[in-house]
Design a protein around this ligand. Structure first.
Ligand SMILES: C[S@@+](CC[C@H](N)C(=O)[O-])C[C@H]1O[C@@H](n2cnc3c(N)ncnc32)[C@H](O)[C@@H]1O
Length: 232
């Protein structure tokens, strides 16, 4: 997908309009309209769903998702920064690094969304790579907590690692999309990779074959793998 770089004041005025609209609609960030566009394109959310929002501050995506899933649904967001959103009772955001999530006890989610972005340094390749790393972390979190058939959306800067990220999404989801929402700033390299219909077993969820234990000399015990549980 080629990045559109439009010049002139017209598009910049449109960008400013998103900022004003977010303020008027009570959202702390204009990025809410990116999620809205993705949602309108692929129907990310349904009422009653559980949503995990990675990189949730200042809180616009969490607010939007909470409205879409309704009070019978739940949204849990994490970010390394404090949020500043007026959240409804079915949503919360914790100050937490995505790498510190306790995935074994987190529970299951129907949708995982990630708007995580690194602090940019201006060194283009380094920024692209850090964005790729955050994207892959989000994808791996989804491997662990997203239900089969679930939906994933993650932000990534479109650099040379982008094809690898796209391939990783294709391996895990029945259908994939690349979306560059209209609310994205002209100068931004970001796009969103969407995975629909999570497949039963994600590649990274298949455990590595452990090394065979050495048999003590003269042992009568059968090898550990015999009669053990099968990997599914
Ligand atoms: C573009 S902002 C998210 C905006 C948010 N979706 C909203 O609508 O309000 C990107 C966020 O990613 C967060 N972030 C970056 N690295 C992170 C990490 N390792 N763990 C959690 N959040 C991270 C940043 O702190 C930042 O708040």
């Amino acid at each position: 997908m080629s990045r559109r770089r439009r010049s002139g004041g017209g598009h910049r005025r449109l960008q400013d309009t998103y900022g004003r609209r977010a303020k008027a609609d009570g959202f702390p960030a204009r990025s809410v309209y990116k999620l809205e566009e993705i949602d309108l394109k692929v129907r990310l959310f349904r009422r009653g769903q559980r949503v995990l929002d990675l990189g949730a501050a200042p809180g616009s995506w969490t607010m939007y998702a909470a409205t879409r899933v309704g009070l019978e649904g739940r949204v849990y967001g994490v970010d390394i920064q404090e949020h500043r959103a007026a959240l409804p009772p079915n949503a919360r955001i914790e100050v937490l690094d995505v790498h510190d999530l306790q995935l074994d006890t987190l529970g299951a989610f129907d949708v995982v969304i990630s708007d995580m972005a690194p602090n940019t340094t201006g060194v283009r390749d380094a920024d692209m790579y850090r964005s790729y790393e955050l994207f892959m972390t989000a994808l791996q979190v989804a491997d662990r907590v997203l239900v089969e058939g679930g939906r994933f959306t993650g932000k990534i800067f479109q650099g040379k690692e982008f094809p690898d990220a796209q391939k990783a999404v294709r391996e895990r989801y029945g259908e994939t999309r690349v979306v560059r929402p209209k609310a994205t700033r002209d100068e931004s390299y970001e796009v969103f990779l969407v995975g629909l219909n999570k497949l039963p077993v994600a590649p990274s969820a298949v455990p590595e074959e452990p090394p065979a234990p050495e048999e003590p000399a003269g042992s009568e015990e059968p090898p550990a793998s015999e009669g053990g549980p099968e990997r599914g």
